[in-house]
Write a protein that binds this ligand. Structure first.
Ligand code: NAD
Ligand code: ZN
Ligand code: ZN
Length: 353
């Protein structure tokens, strides 16, 4: 099937029990089924979802033992006999949506993230924190050869997700969008995609370092939730007429901002929930929601078309987000920083060390 030499064993970070930590060890390399490809993952972004998965934060159980990771960029080294449109040597990305049935009513309408049979990388199937990962060929991201595999890795979840959520927000060029959690991995990407789409950005996060990063990525105003005496007032004041932003992207990993957003969203505006803090609930006053005609919705990763569009923005040089590269062996240290909210932008792990 291929001339590329594929080892029988590889390095991986494995979650052996819910709550972690990850264990760096050698595990077998699997063979792709007829409709799958094997990707030699070079780099993988570390998403907060990987930490939620390890900690068992959500009401959906993970597989165990689990190899996390779903921002894996690499090279296709083997493929099943049914795979016709991906070649050995192609650059490809392993995404959160590892596979879907392609036949249900959601898949039929390109809402494949909603597929009841969806396979989730680094959650229900093994993901990209290993050197060789498997994905359904229909769903792998086709990464253009001119994109650096380390820089593009965070696009594969963070980029796709925020690009899709900006489309879902309905915000139009020239309008204002508030990005909550703007200094984190999704947030940094969101600022850049919003700018590329002609939107004006109000970034909300905590601390000076994140503020500087938000400004340098293109936020016109930064509101620091750790020092602002009145976030609602500050966010509204950041729009020229004081009536608040047209859209809010909620990317934070705590519940409070999910309760606050309807207070500063502009009438007729849309609040888009993306972050998934453990055990959190949404609460909004019915009166205001009705008489100010506020929309509140969720947005969940993106489909195959969103993936290729998000990658195209990147390929054209419009998305530049800070990232730090460390060895795959250092993943647990990345989780420690993430837990403390100390990461500006994204960490990317290099699977060769
Ligand atoms: P991250 O840790 O890199 O960023 C989260 C940011 O939120 C941090 O910068 C933190 O300082 C900030 N924050 C915390 N409390 C805040 C508050 N009260 N106000 C403003 N900012 C606050 O995480 P990430 O990788 O960007 O992921 C963010 C969330 O999005 C996670 O819950 C993740 O699981 C979720 N996610 C959802 C989807 C989806 O499809 N909906 C996809 C990917 C990730
Ligand atoms: Zn993710
Ligand atoms: Zn389906």
């Amino acid at each position: 099937m291929t001339d590329i030499e594929i080892p029988s064993e590889q390095w991986a970070q494995v979650v052996e029990k819910s709550g972690g930590p990850v264990v760096y060890k050698k595990i077998p390399v699997k063979k792709p089924s007829p409709d799958e490809v094997l990707i030699n993952v070079k780099y993988s972004g570390v998403c907060h979802t990987d930490l939620h998965a390890m900690m068992g934060d959500w009401p959906l159980p993970t597989k165990l033992p689990l190899v996390g990771g779903h921002e894996g960029a690499g090279v296709v080294v083997a493929k099943g006999e049914l795979v016709k449109d991906v070649e050995i040597g192609d650059h490809a990305g392993l995404k959160w949506l590892n596979g879907s049935c392609l036949a249900c009513s959601f898949c039929m309408q390109a809402d494949e993230p909603l597929c009841p049979h969806a396979l989730l990388s680094g959650y229900t199937v093994d993901g990209s924190f290993q050197q060789y990962a498997i994905a359904k060929a229909a769903h792998v991201a086709r990464i253009p050869k001119e994109c650096d595999l380390d820089a593009v890795a965070p696009v594969l979840c963070a980029g796709i997700t925020v690009y899709k959520s900006l489309k879902e927000s309905g915000a139009r060029p020239g309008q204002h969008v508030a990005i909550v959690g703007a200094g984190g991995g999704l947030g940094s990407m969101a600022i850049q995609y919003a700018r590329a789409m002609g939107l004006r950005v109000i970034g909300i996060d905590g601390g000076e370092e994140k503020g500087q990063s938000c400004k340098s990525l293109g936020a016109e105003v930064y509101v620091d939730f750790t020092s602002s005496a009145d976030i609602v007032r500050d966010v509204k004041a950041a729009t020229p007429d004081g009536l608040g932003p047209h859209a809010v992207l909620l990317l934070a990993v705590s519940e409070k901002p999910f309760q606050q957003a309807t207070e500063y969203i502009r009438s007729r505006g849309t609040v888009v929930c993306i972050g998934l803090p453990a055990g959190a609930y949404l609460k909004a006053p019915v009166f205001d929601t009705v008489v100010r005609m506020i929309s509140i919705k969720g947005s969940y990763v993106g489909n195959r078309q969103d993936t290729q569009e998000a990658l195209d923005f990147f390929k054209r040089g419009m998305i530049k987000v800070p990232y730090k590269t460390v060895g795959l062996s250092e993943l647990q240290d990345v989780y420690k920083l993430m837990q403390k909210g100390k990461i500006v932008g994204r960490y990317v792990v290099d699977t060769s060390r």
